[in-house]
Design a protein around this ligand. Structure first.
Ligand SMILES: NC(=O)c1ccc[n+]([C@@H]2O[C@H](COP(=O)([O-])OP(=O)(O)OC[C@H]3O[C@@H](n4cnc5c(N)ncnc54)[C@H](OP(=O)(O)O)[C@@H]3O)[C@@H](O)[C@H]2O)c1
Length: 431
C-alpha cells in the first residue's frame, strides 16, 4: 500500500504544531503518510514552516472533497460551520477524518459516526480530549476488557490554571482570568472554558466510550468556576480540601450521570495535586482497578502529538470505531436521577449579628442535615462575614431545601454557594 495522503484544514495552534511534526525528519509521520494539501483563511500568514510545497485551499470543504486525499485532518474548531461541513464531506466520500474538535464530536459525534460507518471512512479524535494525554485510547483500548464504572477528570486547563493561581497568589478569579487572557492562556471570550462547557464536551466523549453509551451532551449538568472565590479556596484549604473543576461521569445501576462542577477534593485525592494547565483522568474499571492519566492538556506540541498518533493508527490500519465499538452496540442508557447523596460544602455571606449561626444550624437540622465542620472568618471591614460549613453525608435535595430556607433569612445577604465534597477511593460517589 502506498502512503496515505493527508490534507490539513486549519493551521493555527494545533495545525501549526502538526506542520512542524511533518517537517521534522525524526518524526515517523512521513514513513507512511504524505502531507499533500493545507487550508486556512489567510494564505499569506507565516506558519513557521514552508507550506509552499502543499496544495492550498481557501475553503476547507473543497480540500475535504478532493478524491486524492485519503485523510482529512480537521483543526479549525467550532461545533458547526466549516469544520462540520469539511468533516461531513470527507466522511461521506469514505475518506478518514482526524479531528481535535471536542465541540463537534460532543454535539454531532453520533451523526458523524453513522456517516463513518456507512462509508467506511474512519473518524478519530484522540486530540479532542486531554491534549497530549491518551485518554480516548486508554478507554477504547486499554480498558476495553473491563467494566468502567466511573471516569473523573480535570479536563480544562484554563480553569485549572485559574484555580491553581488563585490559591498560589491569593488573587481573585477576575484578576487571574484577566492575566491569563493577556498571556494567551485564556480566550478573549472565556465562556466555553470558565462556564464548564469545554469540559462538558470532553466528558460527553469520554463517558460514551467508557460506558458504551450514545454521546449525550444535552444531559451533562454543567456549572462553571465563576462563583469560586478566594474565601472558598482558603476555607476549603483549612478544612483539608482543594477546589477543582471536576468532570465526572458515573454508571449507577445502569444509568449514566454526568456533571461538570467545582468540587472539594481531599488533599489525597488523585486529582487534587493536578496543578496549572495539566489535565488528568481517573478511571475506575474492574478488574483493572483505578487508573490515572496525567499530562499536558493543550498546546501545539501535545495536541499535535495526539493527532499524529491517530494518523499513524490509520496508516497502520489499526483504527477502530469512533466511540470504541459499533454504534449498534452503544446503548442509550437511562439518565440517573439526581438523587445524589454525599457531603457538601456551603458558603454563606451573612450579616454579623448574634443568633445567625443558630438560625443557620436550625435550617440544616430541619432537613436532617448534620454539620461536619464549621468555620467563620474573622469579620473583615464591613458588616458581612463569610460562614463556611461542610455537612455529613446527606441527600442533595435536603441541602437544596435547607439552602432555600436560609435564603429567606434576612441575615443571609446572598445566595449560599454549594459544592460537593469528593473523596478518593474505588467508588466515585460523593463522599
Ligand atoms: N489549542 C489547543 O491547545 C487545543 C487543544 C486541544 C484541542 N484543540 C482543538 O483543536 C482545534 C483547533 O484549535 P486551535 O487552537 O489550533 O485553533 P486556532 O489557533 O484558532 O486555529 C484555527 C485555524 O482554523 C483556520 N480557520 C478558522 N476558520 C476558518 C474558515 N472559516 N475556513 C478555513 N480555515 C479556517 C484558521 O485560519 P487562519 O490561521 O488563516 O486564521 C486557523 O488556521 C479546535 O477544535 C480546538 O478546540 C485545541
Amino acid at each position: 500500500m502506498g502512503k496515505l495522503r493527508v490534507g490539513i484544514a486549519g493551521l493555527g495552534t494545533v495545525g501549526g504544531g502538526l506542520l512542524k511534526l511533518f517537517a521534522d525528519p525524526r518524526s515517523r509521520l512521513n514513513e507512511k503518510l504524505e502531507l499533500v494539501a493545507v487550508s486556512a483563511r489567510d494564505r499569506s500568514r507565516d506558519r513557521g514552516v514552508d507550506i509552499g510545497g502543499y496544495r492550498w485551499f481557501d475553503d476547507p470543504v473543497e480540500l475535504a472533497a478532493q478524491r486524492d486525499i485519503d485523510v482529512v485532518v480537521e483543526l479549525i474548531g467550532g461545533s458547526d460551520g466549516p469544520a462540520k461541513r469539511a468533516v461531513e464531506t470527507a466522511l461521506q466520500r469514505g475518506a478518514h477524518v482526524v479531528s481535535a474538535n471536542k465541540a463537534l464530536v460532543a454535539v454531532h459525534g453520533l451523526a458523524l459516526a453513522e456517516t463513518s460507518e456507512a462509508s467506511g471512512g474512519k473518524l478519530l479524535f484522540e486530540a479532542a480530549v486531554g491534549g497530549g494525554v491518551p485518554m480516548v485510547k486508554a478507554l477504547k483500548e486499554s480498558v476495553a476488557g473491563c467494566r468502567a464504572s466511573a471516569v473523573a477528570g480535570i479536563l480544562n486547563g484554563t480553569c485549572n490554571y485559574i484555580l491553581t493561581e488563585m490559591e498560589a497568589s491569593g488573587r481573585s478569579f477576575e484578576s487571574v482570568l484577566a492575566d491569563a487572557q493577556r498571556l494567551g492562556y485564556a480566550e478573549a471570550d472565556p465562556t466555553m472554558d470558565v462556564g464548564g462547557f469545554d469540559a462538558a464536551h470532553k466528558l460527553t466523549i469520554l463517558s460514551a466510550i467508557a460506558f458504551g453509551t450514545l454521546p449525550d451532551f444535552e444531559h451533562v449538568r454543567i456549572e462553571g468556576v465563576e462563583r469560586v472565590s478566594l474565601t472558598d479556596i482558603r476555607m476549603a484549604g483549612k478544612l483539608g480540601f482543594r477546589i477543582k473543576l471536576v468532570a465526572k461521569g458515573a454508571l449507577n445501576d445502569g444509568a449514566v450521570e454526568m456533571h461538570v462542577r467545582p468540587a472539594l477534593l481531599a488533599f489525597d485525592h488523585p486529582l487534587a495535586s493536578i496543578g496549572g494547565s495539566l489535565n488528568a483522568l481517573v478511571v475506575d474499571a474492574e478488574p483493572a482497578g483505578q487508573l490515572t492519566f496525567i499530562g499536558r492538556g493543550a498546546g501545539a506540541g501535545p495536541t499535535a502529538s495526539s493527532v499524529a498518533s491517530d494518523l499513524i493508527d490509520l496508516a497502520e490500519e489499526r483504527a477502530g470505531h469512533a466511540f470504541g465499538r459499533p454504534l449498534a452496540q452503544l446503548s442509550s442508557a437511562p439518565r440517573a436521577t439526581p438523587a445524589e447523596r454525599g457531603r457538601y460544602y456551603l458558603r454563606l455571606m451573612v450579616a454579623d449579628r448574634p443568633g445567625v449561626v443558630a438560625a443557620i444550624s436550625d435550617r440544616l437540622a430541619h432537613e436532617g442535615i448534620s454539620i461536619e465542620s464549621f468555620l467563620q472568618m474573622p469579620a473583615p471591614e464591613g458588616p458581612v462575614v463569610p460562614i463556611v460549613l461542610t455537612t455529613q453525608t446527606c441527600a442533595r435535595t435536603a441541602v437544596e431545601a435547607a439552602v432555600s430556607a436560609m435564603q429567606a433569612l434576612d441575615v443571609v445577604v446572598e445566595a449560599p454557594y454549594v459544592m460537593p465534597v469528593e473523596v478518593s477511593g474505588a467508588h466515585w460517589g460523593a463522599a
